[in-house]
Design a protein around this ligand. Structure first.
Ligand code: GDP
Length: 462
């Protein structure tokens, strides 16, 4: 997965801070150096990385002042971790709200980007996304430069059951775009996506064509489609497009690959434009909504409760009431082991584990190691363990497995743990691990809504 290397390195840097007994400026310098090196290695622009370093330093300066006082290292760790988290969020958050399509209105979305970036595929994915959410959606193929472009649109739109428009004979892309948009507006379509050409004999002709199509169809939103693997070139490419197409949103494709991906982050900063979706595969449903904070949280292995809840809503078609109840419990931090098991089972039915597991707080780091098959096997063992639990245990918050001292402090595990291990053909250690992961999930879910929740949860985890 794109950026998973960066996530691992950042996580390692922040974890090492937690293990340091004394936090002084030397520790801060070493930490920031490590964070910057991780960013640079994943192709984030050097200027952005050094800006992040300065901003964090500026934000935390005050904690080192007041010399003679006894150092409050735990508090220093909090302040530093929060500053780094916030600045990572700022890297992918230009602070601008993207356009949101309105119901009962013909929202025209124009897609631009170089050929091969995944524009045509993304147009269909977008149409499917909005169609699923009740918008009557359509695609106009205004790419007359590439032979076969209209056929590609026709095939994928037919597969996705989305209306499409294009021409085998008309050679003027501006005319096709105008005709298609007029037709779909007349037919009361609510989302009309215009796919433009991504290549020309001369680059200037491509940009000129975009300007002309733009003035013919007057898009409500122009989207730049960027390939995650283009690295540092993303910045120059996005700047060039911004000058002529003035896009208001970015979709980064091929996030499922092995590219470094930091270049796409630089494109956000260079053009001050928000990312709205990530393309995560070749299938029509491989499109994830993007929001800065959950993205960074997931990147750092802290889960993405918001994304998980959206996924659960997508799953709601099968059993809407149960899913609604689960979403509420998750929000309130009241998920029992039984509920958690149900979520793991849902995840297993959803396809590649690497994609969904990172959304479940407490699961990501371990399950993302190795192949999807290995991950699936690990999840299956977790299910075996819960299968050996009694009803009361499943409905509990895990405290039945703990022994407590008189003052309420946990002092050990009860006989139930070895019984479950024997019954499930696993080890006491595996059962312990499962309980620990469940507790992390419960903590994360509880904290997710609260202020600075991520920080407290992270400290509990490490
Ligand atoms: P266009 O030239 O920009 O219209 O690009 P296409 O839509 O034809 O896509 C180029 C290639 O990239 C095709 O093989 C697509 O299947 C593939 N592609 C597009 N988006 C993604 C993605 O998110 N992940 C992966 N793995 N492949 C993608």
């Amino acid at each position: 997965m794109v950026l998973s290397d960066l996530g691992r390195k950042l996580n390692a840097a922040l974890s090492s801070l937690n293990r340091t007994p004394v936090v002084d400026e030397k520790v801060l310098d070493a930490l920031l150096k490590e964070v910057c090196a991780a960013l640079l290695e994943s192709d984030v622009n050097v200027k952005l990385a050094s800006q992040l370093r300065q901003k964090v330093r500026g934000k935390v300066k005050a904690i080192f002042e007041g010399g003679g006082e006894k150092a409050r290292d735990a508090n220093r760790k909090n302040v530093i971790q929060k500053a780094i988290f916030d600045e990572l969020v700022n890297l992918v958050d230009p602070g601008i709200e993207p356009y949101k399509p309105k119901k009962g209105y013909p929202n025209v979305i124009m897609a631009v980007g170089l050929q091969g970036n995944g524009k045509t595929t993304t147009c269909t994915k977008l149409a499917v996304h909005y169609q699923k959410r009740g918008f009557k959606s359509s695609i106009v193929c205004a790419d007359t430069f590439r032979a076969g472009a209209f056929d590609q649109t026709r095939q994928s739109a037919t597969k996705a059951k989305v209306a499409y428009f294009g021409s085998y004979t008309e050679t003027d892309p501006v005319a096709i775009a105008a005709q298609g948009v007029a037709k779909f507006k007349k037919e009361k379509f609510e989302v009309i996506i215009v796919d433009t050409s991504g290549r020309h004999k001369q680059e200037s002709e491509l940009f000129e064509e975009m300007v002309q199509i733009g003035s013919a169809v007057k898009p409500d939103m122009t989207v730049l489609v960027l390939d995650a693997s283009i690295g540092q070139a993303a910045e120059a490419q996005s700047r060039a497009f911004k000058e002529s197409a003035d896009f208001g949103a970015i979709i980064v494709t091929k996030m499922d690959g092995h590219a470094k991906g930091g270049g796409a982050i630089s494109a956000v900063a260079a053009t001050k434009t928000p990312i709205i979706f990530l393309g995560t595969g070749e299938h029509l449903t491989d499109l994830d909504r993007f929001s800065p904070q959950p993205f960074i949280s997931k990147l750092l292995g802290l889960g993405d409760v918001q994304g998980l809840m959206e996924h659960m809503q997508d799953l709601a078609t099968q059993n809407p009431d149960r899913q609604k109840e689960m979403a509420k419990k998750l929000e309130e931090g009241k998920l029992s082991i039984r509920d958690w098991r149900e979520q793991i089972q849902n995840v297993m039915n959803l396809g590649p584990i690497s994609k969904i597991a990172s959304m479940i707080p407490g699961l990501s780091q371990d399950l993302l190691q190795g192949s999807d098959e290995e991950g699936a096997l690990r999840m299956k063992r977790m299910i075996y363990i819960t299968d050996s639990m009694s009803s009361a245990e499943l409905d509990s918050d895990g405290s039945l497995f703990m022994e407590f001292a008189k003052d309420g402090k946990p002092i050990g595990l009860t006989w139930r743990v070895s019984r479950v291990a024997r019954g499930s053909g696993t080890t006491v250690r595996e059962v312990e691990e499962l309980l620990c992961q469940y507790r992390m999930m419960a903590n994360m879910a509880k904290q997710a809504g609260g202020k600075n929740g991520w920080l407290q949860a992270m400290q509990k985890i490490q």
